[in-house]
Design a protein. Structure first.
Length: 87
């Protein structure tokens, strides 16, 4: 499939996700406090998104993932945070 066809099929969806992300960042910027590890890793992922080259999804997933190999004795919470706390 060529770029034109991919753009025709997926542009509206990507545009919508980008606007959702921008709205989220606007809410963060209007709020008080400092960025936690999730926002720091999200900002790093956004920088990666803006760089040329292949495998953006893989690189961003790795940025948001825990790179350690040793199992932890206690996960600390019942839900995932979506980013590595050690970022």
């Amino acid at each position: 499939m060529d770029r034109s066809r991919i753009t025709d099929l997926y542009f509206a969806e990507a545009r919508s996700k980008l606007i959702d992300l921008a709205a989220f960042l606007d809410r963060i910027e209007r709020s008080e406090g400092v960025d936690d590890f999730r926002m720091k890793s999200l900002r790093a992922a956004l920088q990666e998104l803006g760089t040329p080259g292949p495998e953006k999804a893989k690189k961003i997933l790795l940025l948001l993932s825990d790179p350690t190999e040793e199992p932890v004795s206690d996960a600390g919470s019942k839900s995932a945070s979506g980013a590595w706390a050690g970022f």
